[in-house]
Design a protein around this ligand. Sequence first.
Ligand SMILES: [Zn+2]
Ligand SMILES: [Zn+2]
Length: 274
Amino acid sequence: MISEPAGRKTDAPLFPFLLTSLYSGSSGNAWLVRCGPRSFLVDAGKSARTLTRALAFCGVEPEDLDAVFVTHDHGDHISALPVFSARVPCPIYATEETASTLTACGVFRDRIGILPAGGSARVGEVTVRSFPTPHDAPGSVCYRFETDEDACAVATDVGRVTDEVFACLCGCRTVGVEANHDEERLRSGPYPYPLKRRILSDEGHLSNAACAALLRRLAENGAEEVILAHLSRENNTPALALAAAREALSGFPHVSVRAAAPAAVVEAEVLCRR
Ligand SMILES: [Zn+2]
Ligand SMILES: [Zn+2]
């Protein structure tokens, strides 16, 4: 009997991006972005030991990483790198401004590839683009990962949704987006006024409401898997962030939403992939 080759029965990507939050929040941030044989890290907060353990939980050894991309030079995004960079052979990409902090912290300069805001890097079949973010760290960026078939992006530590931040995320099937605080909680909470002002500023962090409004626009442009990230322990709860997001996405039942955790691995939930 001769049978026809099965072929691909759906329009699902051949190598879909798989987005995983290794840990998230002001105590430390790291994302794992996988696509077929490729593995990338975005940010490396906490310690090299904690990062290595979280990667191992996902079945990834540090030597398996194809590249590390650093968003900005705040400690919750880079603190593992001085030790971790000595253990991984792959390049570490950052803007010039972030790179100068990394070298001052002990990362060897020859390990760092300069990727300016607005620039792109090609790693195998994956193109990685960086976009400037409004945040109180010089040279702060977010990243978008693309193949011919699929796209994934992560954007945290953004004071507001600029055209560039939206361009980074728009059209991606999988996104990690900041939902830092419930504005009411932050305003009425115990933080000193200067800190509240910083978080609420255009160069601070994204609120649940701003995140929710963004997610609706992203769902209209193909987003299907969402991880809410960088939730404040003091000024937010996963329930509050998820409720705001799910309400905004009530007309998009095919979009899955999860909340990242400070000390647990959270993988994007697959509802549509076949
Ligand atoms: Zn920051
Ligand atoms: Zn941060």
